[in-house]
Design a protein around this ligand. Structure first.
Ligand code: HEM
Ligand SMILES: *[C@@H]1O[C@H](CO)[C@@H](O)[C@H](O)[C@H]1NC(C)=O
Ligand SMILES: *[C@@H]1O[C@H](CO)[C@@H](O)[C@H](O)[C@H]1NC(C)=O
Ligand SMILES: *[C@@H]1O[C@H](CO)[C@@H](O)[C@H](O)[C@H]1NC(C)=O
Ligand SMILES: *[C@@H]1O[C@H](CO)[C@@H](O)[C@H](O)[C@H]1NC(C)=O
Length: 350
């Protein structure tokens, strides 16, 4: 409870800070990470900086280039915002934010993007377009991992026409990407609270980050296959998941008739799947969270309190900014580690 109030205070201070026009997130990005996460406690841990490329690419503004292309793409196709946000999340959760999600499979390796949860992942061509433009103007300098982090922020920010979280840069690209590493690291839609907390914990992300980052599901779509078990046969005796609001379950059964068509999609936030807002928490708190992994956030008292606080959009935006800075620093490669890929899909020299 005390921690919850503290979170609220920190978030409120941050909101006031933003309103006063100061750089957001920057000095508030402190988290109680553990283990591997020590270096992330100040958000810019592991050597990431604000505007890392300012001194390195004189003829072009890296951040304006990314924003220009991303805003054009999201303007033309608003569903792209969710895709680019998810791309960055999947990158960070498997081998850190090192662009490993972008590598195409080779004759000898099945890379992360070929693993099961890749189904709705896309946006690769947007990253390629940005990379091509930056290579033309500032060759060999800007990493694919940084482009992915900036693109996620800019994609979500288009709706607001201003940056809604700070992105520290200076990540290098990894040279390893293995499909076999996806399963254990990326939480499943059916994961329970303990598993989610553990999986976030190994990334240095805590309970507040888990509840806050789950709010990303305020935008985007899912496939019926990932919820059908909750609708038709939750415990294997033909029943529905009792933690799901029965009226909403009926709505979902209409959208996802049995037997489920694997290509049918549905919005995760039925009210506004193109609007980044705190409606995810309103739905969640009414037992209309789509996945088991959403619903389970209400099964822990501390987590349920955080989900209640996050119904307030100002609290949500402030917290989301803070948690994205932390997620964006997970196991990043800096200093002499990694490389700057020439082509985001291929390791240099291959
Ligand atoms: C808490 C653990 C999480 C689980 C279990 C989870 C699970 C999922 C699943 C199953 C889908 C639908 C995929 C499909 O149908 O192909 C999805 C979509 C999505 N997820 Fe998550 N997710 C989690 C956390 C996150 C985080 C931390 C973010 C970003 C910060 C995120 C952003 C998204 C977005 C934006 C989409 C929609 C993608 C689109 O419309 O193309 N998720 N997630
Ligand atoms: C890929 O595997 C083949 C056959 O095992 C091997 O000859 C080749 O050198 C490998 N290529 C790389 C890049 O490792
Ligand atoms: C995504 O995963 C599925 C199932 O593992 C696989 O069949 C498919 O080829 C993958 N898609 C891409 C683009 O790698
Ligand atoms: C959560 O899921 C894990 C993995 O499936 C399982 O081992 C564990 O018993 C579950 N915990 C609870 C409290 O249900
Ligand atoms: C429900 O699940 C059980 C156990 O997984 C399975 O044996 C049964 O065939 C399923 N029934 C339906 C209608 O899908």
């Amino acid at each position: 409870m005390r921690k919850n109030i503290l979170v609220f205070l920190v978030a409120s201070i941050l909101v006031v800070g933003c309103m006063a026009g100061r750089g957001h997130g920057h000095d508030h990005a402190r988290g109680g990470g553990q283990g591997r996460a020590h270096g992330h406690e100040h958000g810019d841990g592991q050597g990431l900086k604000m505007h890392y490329y300012q001194s390195q690419c004189r003829s072009v503004s890296v951040e304006e280039t990314v924003r220009g292309i991303v805003w054009k793409k999201v303007d033309a196709d608003p569903t792209m915002a969710a895709k680019l946000l998810r791309l960055h999340y999947h990158d960070c959760f498997v081998r850190g934010c090192d662009g490993s999600i972008l590598l195409d499979p080779t004759q000898n390796t099945t890379t992360e993007k070929t693993a099961g949860p890749n189904r709705s992942i896309s946006g690769y061509e947007v990253i390629d377009e940005i990379k091509t433009k930056l290579e033309a103007n500032c060759p060999g300098i800007v990493s694919c991992a940084d482009i992915t982090a900036l693109a996620a922020r800019d994609a979500v920010s288009f709706q607001f026409q201003r940056e809604i979280w700070p992105v520290f840069t200076g990540r290098k690209d990894g040279i390893v990407s293995l499909a076999s590493e996806v399963g254990g690291n990326l939480p499943s839609a059916n994961a329970n609270f303990t598993t989610l907390l553990t999986q976030f914990g190994t990334k240095g992300l805590n309970l507040n980050d888990l509840v806050t980052l789950s709010g990303a599901h305020t935008i985007g779509i899912s496939h019926c296959a990932l919820v059908s078990r909750r609708l038709y046969n939750f415990t294997g005796i033909g029943d529905a998941d009792k933690s799901l609001d029965p009226v909403y379950a009926q709505t979902l059964r209409k959208l996802c008739p049995n037997p489920v068509n694997p290509t049918t999609v549905l919005e995760m936030d039925p009210k506004s799947s193109l609007s980044f807002d705190s409606d995810y928490y309103r739905a969640l708190n009414q037992h209309k969270g789509l996945f088991v992994s959403d619903a389970t956030l209400l099964t822990n008292s501390q987590s349920a309190l955080v989900a209640k606080d996050l119904e307030n959009p100002l609290v949500f935006f402030a917290q989301f900014a803070r948690s994205m800075v932390k997620m964006g620093a997970v196991e990043v490669l800096t200093g002499g580690q990694g490389e700057v890929r020439k082509n985001c899909r291929v390791v240099n020299g291959q």
